[in-house]
Design a protein around this ligand. Structure first.
Ligand code: FNR
Length: 188
C-alpha cells in the first residue's frame, strides 16, 4: 500500500538547514512513499483560548485535516535553548485543541539538525514528552540528529549534500514506512 507522509518544519528562516533536510526527504524516501510539506507554523497566531472560542483559525484547521489524512508526520526542527522552537510548540498547542485530535494514533518521526555537535538531541526529548499527551505513535529509532549541519548543506543551493547523512535519513524513512504500515494494520 502506498503511504503519504507530511512534514512539519520548526524553522521559519529562509536559509534554514532544517528546511534543506525537509526538502531532501522526497528523494530519500523508499518506493511507495510520497511526502508533502504542511503549511508554515508562522501562519498560526499565538495560542489564545479566547481566539479559539471564536473559532479555530483557518490555517490550524487546514493543517489538522492534512495531518489526519496522512499516514504519518515527520517533524524536522532546530533546537532552541535546549527545547523546540516556540513557533512549533505554539502550532502543536493549537493542533492539540482540535477535535478529532489529529495526532492521536498518528505515526510520527523526528529529525533535528544543528550547527552544533549534538544535532538538536535535547529538543528531540522535549518533543517526545509533548507527544505523550498528543498520543502520537513516535518512532523510537533510528534517531536522526544531524550535528555540524553547516558542513552538510550546500550554502548556495541550500541542498543537503552530505552522502552519509542522506543515507542515514533514507534508512530512517524506510523504518518509519514499515512502522506506519504496522500501525495502520487493524488489530487481529
Ligand atoms: C539556537 N541554536 C541552538 N542550537 C543548538 O544546538 N541548541 C540550542 O539550544 C540552540 N538554541 C538556539 C536558540 C535560538 C533562539 C536560536 C535562534 C538558535 C542555534 C540553531 O541550531 C541554529 O540557529 C540553526 O541554524 C537553526 O536551525 P535552522 O533555522 O537553520 O533550521
Amino acid at each position: 500500500r502506498p503511504l503519504h507522509f507530511v512534514t512539519l518544519l520548526g524553522s521559519l528562516r529562509h536559509g534554514s538547514y532544517n528546511a534543506a533536510i525537509a526538502r531532501a526527504l522526497p528523494e530519500l524516501a523508499p518506493a511507495g512513499v510520497t511526502l508533502s510539506p504542511l503549511g508554515s507554523v508562522g501562519d498560526f497566531p499565538l495560542y489564545d483560548a479566547d481566539v479559539q472560542a471564536e473559532g479555530f483559525p483557518a490555517p490550524v484547521l487546514a493543517m489538522a485535516d492534512q495531518i489526519r489524512a496522512a499516514d504519518g508526520v515527520i517533524v524536522v526542527t532546530p533546537e532552541y535553548n535546549y527545547s523546540i522552537p516556540g513557533g512549533l510548540k505554539n502550532a502543536i498547542d493549537w493542533l492539540s485543541r482540535v477535535s478529532p485530535p489529529p495526532f492521536a494514533g498518528k505515526p510520527l518521526a523526528i529529525q533535528t539538525a544543528s550547527p552544533g555537535a549534538l544535532g538538536g538531541a535535547r529538543a528531540q526529548y522535549h518533543l517526545r514528552q509533548t507527544c505523550v499527551f498528543l498520543d502520537a505513535l513516535v518512532l523510537n529509532k533510528p534517531e536522526v540528529m544531524v550535528g555540524q549541519v553547516a558542513s552538510k548543506v550546500d550554502a548556495e543551493t541550500l541542498t543537503l549534500t552530505d552522502a552519509s547523512t542522506r543515507e542515514f535519513i533514507a534508512g530512517q524513512l524506510k523504518v518509519f514506512a514499515e512502522f506506519a504500515r504496522r500501525a495502520a494494520r487493524p488489530a487481529a
